[in-house]
Design a binder for this molecule. Structure first.
Ligand code: SAM
Length: 248
């Protein structure tokens, strides 16, 4: 498979913040929404990502679409010395989300650099300047092929890519039940938690339904040019963490 950026179908949720700046509206409630939507499981998934980052070789890392700083927060709490031994850019396109990330991590003594960056195109970041690139729960709301291409540009040869994203439960029957649960419960929970703002859970649902399963995503990543692509499913496959290497 030889894939290119700009595939019209590569934005699973059909999200575009220029059309609907949902994260600016829900920034203050985003962490509560994560707890409600995932029944708290996102904490486990993000802790795993932080642990994988901590043992990977890097001096400079960039967390893209970092939101309220969930990964940075866990890295700083679980691996403070590892954080202080390198430079970490915490980035997002939404300034209100980034402001919360800054507040949440302020007291932890890790010198994160907070930057407003669009994961599709980050001209502020030089080619081959990043040892490790991470992105969590955002591939499904971006054009993932453009994100992969940009990650490959900024990563140095041999650099590490780590992505946490919604995936599919291995058993088709269980996946169907999970989707039914999401379709029935999410609107109610989302409506209450966002005080009537339907966008948050509509994007989530659309993204989950249209996002490729872990094996297909791995195949796409190989098609985009990554090598050593591996993945681990978590919580029956509700999410998966993909790891890969930029060739060279
Ligand atoms: C579902 S949240 C995930 C936040 C965080 N990574 C986490 O795991 O909790 C998605 C984030 O992606 C950001 N985002 C959406 N489109 C983006 C883009 N093109 N570039 C950078 N960030 C983007 C949103 O502002 C939001 O903060």
């Amino acid at each position: 498979m030889d894939l290119k950026a700009n595939d019209a179908n590569a934005n699973a949720a059909h999200f575009d913040m220029r059309v609907d700046d949902i994260f600016a509206r829900i920034a203050g409630r985003y962490d509560l929404l994560c707890d409600l939507f995932s029944l708290g499981l996102h904490r486990l998934w993000k802790r795993r990502v932080a642990n994988l980052i901590a043992v990977a070789p890097w001096e400079s890392m960039l967390d893209a679409a970092a939101g309220t700083g969930a990964i940075a927060l866990r890295l700083a709490k679980l691996h403070p010395e590892r954080c202080r031994s390198g430079s970490i850019v915490v980035s997002d396109i939404s300034l209100p989300m980034l402001a919360i990330a800054e507040q949440r991590t302020a007291a932890l003594g890790v010198p994160f650099a907070f930057r407003r960056l669009d994961a599709h195109e980050m001209p502020e970041i030089a080619d081959a300047s990043v040892d490790l690139y991470s992105i969590s729960l955002a591939l499904k709301i971006c054009d993932r092929h453009r994100v992969f291409a940009e990650a490959l540009r900024v990563l140095r040869p041999g650099g590490t890519f780590i992505a946490l994203e919604a995936s599919s439960i291995g058993s088709a029957r269980m996946q169907q039940l999970y989707l039914i649960y999401m379709r029935l419960c999410m609107p109610l929970i989302g409506w209450i938690a966002t005080r009537g703002d339907a966008s948050a859970y509509l994007y989530l649902l659309r993204g989950i339904e249209a996002f490729p399963d872990a094996a297909n995503l791995a195949e796409e990543m190989r098609g985009m040019g990554f090598e050593n692509v591996t993945f681990e499913r978590m919580t029956l496959g509700i999410v998966a963490i993909h790891m890969a290497r930029k060739p060279g």
